[in-house]
Structures are given as structure tokens and as C-alpha cells.
Write a protein that binds this ligand. Structure first.
Ligand code: UD1
Ligand code: CA
Length: 460
């Protein structure tokens, strides 16, 4: 089988984005564009991947890591010049090289695969992935001859009025015979409207050498969108969102309003989950069957157990068990571990805390740096006082205890198994198991005092 290689072009600053962030790092559904490209193209079985990066693009390297080699293009003199930077690493290789742009994040592995297959079956030296664009503005146009063969690509800025009418565009993705590519690149000049070395010029150069050049027309323009500005970025986001949502729906997930549901690509969702509008599920979240998420909830890097309900809440970097009830308006901050059948109600914040099976924090509480056993009831307005301005301390609440409303538990402190803390207590010392702790001022009632006081004030 023919060996396959990829070159990813990611050195452009992306001036049209008007951003300090490198264009290819702008995220689409939370993942940098160039990472989408790398992950999809990697699926076709490649011997080697080389990514062309610009000066100061350490962040691009960080994101892509060791999944690709890197070469530096010090000055951005055009896409042809960018590919030449990979010459040292690539020139002796025999096989097919796909060149892809880091700013076309929607092209799928299936399309890359079809392009390779078409190119290799046709025995072409170059095959362009093309598409019919409803509005071809800005794209390179594919110019065909009277026999309908591809002749060359003309950039928008270099095109004549006649050429601008052509709606078949260059998607910026091509398969090349590797050796033919680097031979032809030697002949590319920068004599054009932008003074750049254009990779697409390789097509005409090969054609003039009577080499076979073909086009593979993608059936789906949406997939080949090139993101040059923030308007296109929003379009990409929308297309990707609907694509991912559709896949989940086909897998048995109910999404009430797919237009208003944002699920990042690496999220796993089991069948019979229901997602209400305004929900964002991100990172490496896993949502188990029959969970109900939303409306208006954000779940990031969480595992959510089966039959759990999360309403109008935010949960990050945490594990939430089965049949748990969260919200409305709860905040689950990193490193929470919420046990099965627990309840976290409205205006409750949980941070770096374990909540055992069946325990309840139903209203208006802060539970941070805590280890709460099972079957504990935490009354409204309870606070684990975990921070002295410098250090954080642990609160331990053992199984079956009951914390009365509006209690302060000043950490480090332990409430023993099965104990009661009276409402309004400020607990500074450990409470042994099976105790009642009352830590509040005693109540005194002065009977008849109110009317005596009123009379005194009136007499003044
Ligand atoms: C390019 C194509 C155009 C095609 C369109 C598809 C050229 C000359 N034009 O235009 O025919 O229709 O893509 O989206 O190739 N890059 C570098 N180094 C450079 C210049 C660019 O690495 O010196 C990278 C960019 O980071 C980007 C990609 O190459 O990922 C494409 O560059 P861009 O400037 O966006 O090209 P377009 O004008 O969109
Ligand atoms: Ca582009």
C-alpha cells in the first residue's frame, strides 16, 4: 500500500481574526481548530505528520504535543513557502502527502479518507479537494478547461471578473505525490497580487508538465469552510455543534433544542440521557444513562451517574454519583465527589469535598474542604469555615449526623457519627459521636419588657 503523510499549515498569524491568539488556536467547541484538523487527518493511517508553525507559536506545539513533528516558517511568505519548510524532513519519502490547512476545522476523517482513495485510485500527481460554495468570496477558484479538466487555481485577489463567477472553490486540502510536490514547489514564484508563494500554483506547474491533476468534489461545502475571521468562526461553531448533537441524538440521547445545546467533541453520553436547552457539556465529561441535564447548566470534566438530575447549575472537574439531585442554582466546584442518592439544593456551593451516599445539603450552604459521610443532613445556611486567610483546613462530618441550620463549623473539626449540632452553633471543637452540641448564647426572655420599654419612650 502507498505510504501516506500529512503536512498541516499552521504558521499564519491570521490578521483577519484581529486577535493576539494565533488563528489556528481559536477554539471551535472548545478545541483549537488545528487540533480538530490533526485529530481527523490522523485517522487515515499516516506514516508521519509535519506541522508548519510560525515564530513564537509555542502554544500550538503545546496543544499538538508529540502527535506531530514541527518545522518553523520564520516569515509567512505564503502557503507554498510554508510547505517548503517541511522539505528537509519530507523530500526523500515516496508516497502520498496530504496538505491541510489548520483553519479548516470541519473536514472529517471520512472526507480525508475519500480524498486519499480517489487520488491513489486515479494515479494522479495532485488531487484538490474542491467544493461548490454558495458564496465563493475569498476562496481560490478552480479553473477547468473545455474538457472539464482542472487547469489551475486562481486566488480571489488575482481572479478576473469571469473567474470570480466560478463557484467551485479550492478547500485548501490536497493530496500530492510527495516527490512531485517538492519538485514543483521549486518553480513557484511570488509574482501575484499578494506577493506570496502560493501552494495552489503547484497545480498549474504539474499540469504544464503533463502530469495528471484531478479534483475531488466534496458533496458538502459546510465541511470545508475556511475560518479567516470571527464570522466564519461562529459559522464553524454552529456546524460542528449541530453535527455533534445529531450524532448523540442518533445514539439515543434526547436533546430538546439542538440549536441551544453545546456539547464538546470528547464528551461521552449514554442513551436515554435528556438534555434541556442552554446546556454546555465540555471537556472529558461522561454522562451515564437516564441522567437529565439542564436547562441552563454547565458541566465540565465531570462524570455524572445514571438517573442523576442537574438543573440550572454549574459543575466542574467532579464526580457525581447515581440518582443524585443537583440544583437548581448549585455550584459544584473542582474535586467534589458526590455520592449516590445525595442532594445538593439551591444556592449550595461544594468544593473539594466528599458527600456520602444519601447525604443532603438542600439549601444555601458552603461545603468546602470537607469529608461528609453517608446519610448526613446539613441544614440550611451551614458553612464549613475552611480558610483562615492563609491555609485551608478539613471539616469531617461522620455518617448519620445532623447539622442544624445556620451553623459554622470552624475547621479543622470533626463531627462524630450520629451527632446533632444545634441550629445557629459555631463549632470550634470536635464533637464526639452520638452527642448533641449546642454552641450558641443561651436565650433569656424578659417578660413584659416590651410594653414597659414603649411606655418609657413615649413618656420622654
Ligand atoms: C487558502 C488558499 C485558497 C483556498 C483557501 C481555503 C492559498 C494561496 N490560498 O487561502 O486557494 O481557497 O485557503 O480555505 O493557499 N499559512 C502558513 N504560512 C503562510 C501562509 C499561510 O502556514 O505563510 C497557513 C495558515 O496558518 C492557514 C493556511 O496556511 O492555516 C491557509 O492560509 P490562509 O492565509 O488562511 O489562506 P486563504 O487566504 O484562506
Ligand atoms: Ca484560510
Amino acid at each position: 500500500m502507498t505510504k501516506r503523510y500529512a503536512i498541516i499549515l499552521a504558521a499564519g498569524q491570521g490578521t483577519r481574526m484581529k486577535s493576539k491568539l494565533y488563528k489556528v488556536l481559536h477554539p471551535v467547541l472548545g478545541k483549537p481548530m488545528v487540533q480538530h484538523v490533526l485529530e481527523q487527518v490522523s485517522e487515515v493511517g499516516l506514516e508521519d505528520i509535519v506541522t508548519v508553525v510560525g515564530f513564537g507559536s509555542d502554544k500550538v506545539k503545546e496543544h499538538l504535543g508529540d502527535r506531530t513533528k514541527f518545522v518553523l516558517q520564520e516569515e509567512q511568505l505564503g502557503t507554498g513557502h510554508a510547505v517548503i519548510q517541511a522539505e528537509e524532513l519530507m523530500k526523500d519519502k515516496k508516497g502520498t502527502t496530504i496538505v491541510v490547512c489548520g483553519d479548516t476545522p470541519l473536514i472529517t476523517k471520512e472526507t480525508f479518507q475519500q480524498l486519499f482513495d480517489h487520488h491513489e485510485n486515479e494515479g494522479s500527481k495532485a488531487t484538490i479537494l474542491t467544493a461548490k460554495a454558495p458564496n465563493p468570496f475569498g476562496y481560490g477558484r478552480v479553473i477547468r478547461n473545455a474538457q472539464n479538466e482542472v487547469e489551475r487555481i486562481v486566488e480571489h485577489k488575482d481572479a478576473t471578473q469571469e473567474e470570480l463567477v466560478v463557484d467551485e472553490i479550492n478547500t485548501g486540502t490536497y493530496c500530492f505525490d510527495n516527490e512531485a510536490l517538492f519538485e514543483a514547489l521549486k518553480e513557484v514564484s511570488n509574482d501575484n497580487a499578494q506577493g506570496e508563494y502560493y501552494l495552489p500554483d503547484v497545480i498549474e506547474i504539474l499540469k504544464n508538465k503533463s502530469e495528471k491533476v484531478s479534483a475531488f468534489l466534496s458533496s458538502n461545502f459546510d465541511e470545508t469552510l475556511g475560518v479567516n475571521d470571527r464570522v466564519a468562526l461562529a459559522q464553524a461553531e454552529k456546524t460542528m455543534k449541530l453535527r455533534i448533537n445529531e450524532q448523540h441524538m442518533r445514539n439515543g440521547v434526547s436533546i430538546i433544542d439542538p440549536e441551544n445545546t453545546y456539547i464538546q467533541p470528547d464528551v461521552v453520553i449514554e442513551p436515554d440521557v435528556v438534555i434541556y436547552p442552554g446546556t454546555i457539556i465540555s471537556g472529558k465529561s461522561i454522562i451515564h444513562e437516564h441522567a437529565i441535564i439542564g436547562p441552563n447548566s454547565e458541566v465540565s470534566n465531570c462524570e455524572v451517574g445514571a438517573h442523576t438530575v442537574i438543573k440550572q447549575s454549574v459543575a466542574t472537574d467532579s464526580k457525581i454519583g447515581e440518582r443524585v439531585n443537583i440544583g437548581p442554582f448549585a455550584h459544584i466546584r473542582p474535586d467534589a465527589n458526590i455520592g449516590d442518592e445525595a442532594k445538593v439544593g439551591n444556592f449550595v456551593e461544594i468544593k473539594k469535598a466528599e458527600l456520602g451516599k444519601g447525604s443532603k445539603v438542600s439549601h444555601l450552604s458552603y461545603i468546602g474542604d470537607a469529608k461528609v459521610g453517608s446519610n448526613v443532613n446539613i441544614g440550611c445556611g451551614t458553612i464549613t469555615v475552611n480558610y483562615d486567610g492563609k491555609n485551608k483546613y478539613l471539616t469531617t462530618i461522620e455518617d448519620d449526623s445532623f447539622i442544624g441550620c445556620n451553623s459554622n463549623l470552624i475547621a479543622p473539626v470533626t463531627i462524630g457519627k450520629g451527632s446533632y449540632v444545634a441550629a445557629g452553633s459555631t463549632i470550634t471543637k470536635n464533637v464526639p459521636e452520638d452527642s448533641l452540641s449546642v454552641a450558641r448564647a443561651r436565650q433569656t426572655n424578659k417578660e413584659g419588657y416590651a410594653s414597659r420599654l414603649k411606655k418609657r419612650l413615649e413618656d420622654k
